[in-house]
Ligand binder design. Structure first.
Ligand code: IMP
Ligand code: MG
Length: 211
């Protein structure tokens, strides 16, 4: 059966003026919500080349088990893992700590109850960003209960700030100022994840009531 083609009908998600915009047009409109672009696509990919080379070297004699923290790490994981030419296993964890706000609530909810079988394995946790540290501290503690051989943490971004929980990443893509960023997997209220670059979201958007 042929799939129906054309625009999907239903209540508009965005302003009516945007409904007929092309995909490029929508990216440009999302760009308008950014104060500035911090890392464009080539800069991200160049950094991933370096990170992947370092990880591949560090784990060259071991079988790596990657645990991706969803959803923010999606793009990062897909692009990084394709640069690591080692045998590895991939599993995912789904957690939430922001609950639609721009600040971590500190309460980390595991949306996925069963943990992967990681006993005796070398674990590399991949997440989008290290902010208050609550998420990765909770992930690390939870994974430890499954008795892996080792756990390391790799993040694309790390905010330079005092953390609520003590946690350091072993691999960091970029250190950034303490600003709210979106794109390349990172969201604000589930939007902007599909931007191919990373930028600072305009402050006034953070303060708007939830629609
Ligand atoms: P933490 O628990 O405060 O370290 O935050 C971890 C999670 O909060 C990340 O995995 C992101 O999903 C989200 N987060 C933190 N800072 C930002 C940001 O600047 N933009 C988008 N999401 C963020
Ligand atoms: Mg996340």
């Amino acid at each position: 059966m042929r799939a129906k083609q054309g625009a999907v009908s239903g209540p508009p998600l965005l302003d009516s003026a945007l409904i007929s915009a092309s995909a490029d047009g929508l990216v440009i409109l999302m760009r308008g919500d950014l104060e500035k672009v911090l890392f464009d696509e080539p800069a991200i990919h160049r950094r991933l080349d370096d990170m992947a080379a370092q990880i591949s070297n560090d784990y060259r004699d071991r079988e790596l088990t990657v645990i991706a923290v969803l959803h923010g790490s999606l793009m990062f994981v897909a692009d990084l893992l394709r640069r690591i030419p080692l045998p590895l296993k991939l599993d995912c964890l789904s957690v939430a700590s922001y609950h639609g706000k721009a600040q971590s609530s500190g309460e980390v909810v595991f949306k996925q109850i069963t943990l992967p079988d990681i006993e005796g394995r070398d674990i590399l946790v991949l997440d989008d960003i290290l902010d208050s540290g609550s998420t990765l501290a909770a992930v690390r503690e939870t994974l430890k209960t499954a008795r892996p051989h080792s756990i390391r943490i790799c993040v694309l971004l790390s905010k330079k700030k005092q953390r609520a929980r003590e946690v350091e990443a072993d691999y960091v893509g970029f250190e950034i100022e303490d600003k709210f960023v979106v794109g390349y997997g990172l969201d604000f209220r589930e939007r902007y994840r599909n931007l191919p670059y990373i930028g600072v979201l305009r402050r006034k958007l953070l303060e708007q009531p939830r629609k």
